[in-house]
Design a protein around this ligand. Structure first.
Ligand code: RB5
Length: 146
């Protein structure tokens, strides 16, 4: 799978760990930065990743900021992007099974390293259930066209 990964300054360290985890798992990673600890504005990074998901250049995205919240708000402005913060295995699993989440948003400040590994692996391996959830996800897409 091709996955774009980005963070603001609050997620630089966690992003490096996630990029290497994804590569170890055989995923193709596009790392959009930021590469430095100087403050950047999270919507600028969210846009780089969300645009790639929206256009189909990548299948999934991962965004990290202090809380994961701002990244999700910004990324959801792009058509076809379904972004939300996940903070444990269960939210990661359900985000895939029911919501077909294609942009995982994480807190760079509040998650332990081993928890993040489990969470990301769960999010990668869990399939969308479709069925009644497909109808609901389609209704979200319809809202974009109103
Ligand atoms: C930056 O200080 C912080 O606001 C950002 O990383 C993020 O938590 C926003 O939602």
């Amino acid at each position: 799978m091709r996955i774009a990964v980005g963070s603001d300054h609050r997620g630089v360290n966690l992003r490096a760990k996630i990029v290497s985890l994804l590569q170890d798992l055989g995923q193709e990673v596009i790392d959009v930065g930021t590469q430095h600890h100087e403050p950047v504005d999270y919507p600028d990074i969210a846009a780089l990743v969300a645009e790639k998901v929206s256009s189909g250049e990548v299948q999934r995205g991962i965004l990290i900021c202090g809380t994961g919240l701002g990244m999700a708000i910004a990324a959801n402005k792009f058509p076809g992007v379904r972004a939300a913060p996940c903070h444990d295995d269960l939210t990661a699993e359900m985000s895939r099974r029911h919501n077909d989440l294609n942009v995982l948003c994480l807190s760079g400040d509040m998650l332990g390293e081993r928890l993040v590994d489990r969470l990301v692996e769960m999010w990668l391996k869990t399939d969308f259930e479709g069925g009644r959830h497909q109808r609901r996800v389609q209704k979200i897409a319809d809202l974009e066209n109103q």
